[in-house]
Design a protein around this ligand. Structure first.
Ligand code: SF4
Ligand code: SF4
Length: 404
């Protein structure tokens, strides 16, 4: 084991390999508040990668309803129990923008829990039973009723609630799957941090299935090897002619009907929209950071769900993130206008100021809306998208009214 820094946890932790971060890390942000569970992302992924024999149960991208849904069933509750962490343990009195932006996690990660229990494996985990993989939509749209309405004294927290959570492999900085593999068949690409399983080296021991806390590697009985999300790497490499050699978003991202997804790379540029939303504005948070793998898919939490539930799921940054999303700043509103405006990955943004078009008070706070223009640039510095905060309105010529 070596000591590595995990910025989600605000501290160092033990991991089998040395810390090695790519200059740009595959990452994405999902705005839970906008998802309609249409499952278009799920089907876009399925029709691209997992339509063959033996892959019937593989949903590399899935959208589940919380609190009851899960694919495989109860994957998160089961892993939380393994790290003895039903309740989160965070020290939040001292924060450091760079080292511990959310506070310091004082519980055990999946790696530390395994060492403590003297298990002969790198991380705690379990292999789901076949029946747990059977129904990807288990619990869909089932609301949880709160028996103590007084707990929710004021909106926006609701006494009956559910929300959708969109899941795929997190291409973690410290992957549990990679640590677990006795064949060293799993590797993290230096150029973009994408985590892949070498199909030729894999012998199907299912250690990755066991020790990925998110349960995203899946075993294919027909070929007897494990498979997982490949982050549509040919698109990321710019192999699709549509983006003329520029990095392109994955199938699940670009298909999103609700326009909830923005994909990019985490890097050191504060004007990279993904980096700004995650590291600087802190409105997008990691999923179960306490597992310790430093996942790279981030979520804008749903504003109506109980905070205690959300804190367990996304850590102590939840209150600040929800607050910022409910009464968005001028910059946040402009950057969020980039969501789903292009399939080409945006590396940098610039905002051109426009006139004030609206003002109101939200939860006691003044909110002003400006019709700013936000411009996105590709990896080569060329402009690839330009849009405004107010959606443009096109009025169809009367002579085309019935032309559809
Ligand atoms: S989410 Fe799981 S499969 Fe994906 S990189 Fe992390 S540990 Fe590996
Ligand atoms: S396509 Fe978008 S809106 Fe539809 S389920 Fe997927 S993430 Fe949600």
């Amino acid at each position: 084991m070596t000591l590595v820094h995990n910025w989600h946890l605000g501290r160092r932790m033990e991991y089998p390999y040395f810390e090695s971060r790519p200059k740009k890390q595959f990452a994405a942000i999902f705005n839970i508040n906008r998802c309609i569970a249409c499952q278009t992302c799920t089907m876009a992924c399925k029709s691209a990668w997992t339509y063959n024999k033996g892959q019937e149960y593989m949903w590399w991208n899935n959208v589940e309803t919380k609190p009851y849904g899960g694919y495989p069933q109860s994957w998160d509750v089961k892993t939380l129990k393994l790290i003895d962490n039903g309740e989160n343990t965070w020290y939040t009195d001292e924060k450091d923008e760079k080292l511990s932006p959310y506070g310091v996690y004082e519980g055990d990660t999946i790696f530390e829990a395994s060492a403590k229990k003297n298990l002969n494996q790198w991380a705690v985990g379990y292999i789901p039973e076949d029946k747990e993989w059977r129904a990807p939509n288990f619990g869909e749209d089932v609301a949880k009723s709160n028996n103590k309405p007084d707990e929710y004294s004021s909106l926006p927290e609701h006494s009956r609630w559910f929300f959708y959570i969109q899941r795929l492999c997190n291409h973690c900085t410290y992957p549990g799957c990679l640590a677990a593999c006795p064949r060293k068949a799993i590797y993290k690409r230096k150029e973009d941090g994408i985590v892949l399983i070498d199909q030729k080296r894999c012998r199907g021991y299912r250690k990755c299935v066991e020790q990925c806390p998110y349960k995203k590697p899946m075993y294919r009985g027909l070929t007897r090897v494990s498979e997982k999300c490949i982050a549509c790497y040919p698109r990321i490499e710019g192999k699709d002619p549509l983006t003329k050699g520029r990095p392109m978003e994955t199938r699940c991202m670009s298909a999103c009907v609700g326009q909830i997804r923005l994909q990019g790379f985490l890097d050191d540029n504060p004007k990279n929209p993904v980096t700004w939303l995650i590291r600087h504005h802190k409105v997008a948070l990691p999923l179960y950071p306490q597992f310790g793998t430093e996942p790279n898919i981030y979520y804008i939490p749903p504003r109506w769900a109980p905070r205690s539930y959300l804190r367990q799921m996304f850590g102590p940054g939840v209150d600040e993130a929800v607050e910022k999303f409910m009464v968005p700043s001028r910059e946040l509103l402009a950057v969020m206008s980039l969501f789903r405006m292009t399939q080409t990955i945006v590396f940098e943004y610039k905002i051109e100021e426009g006139p004030k078009v609206f003002e109101t008070v939200i939860h006691g706070k003044k909110f002003e809306m400006f019709n700013d223009t936000v411009i996105g640039f590709g990896e080569d510095g060329q402009e690839i998208v330009r849009t405004t905060v107010e959606e443009p309105l096109y009025i169809r010529d009367p002579k085309h009214y019935n032309s559809i």
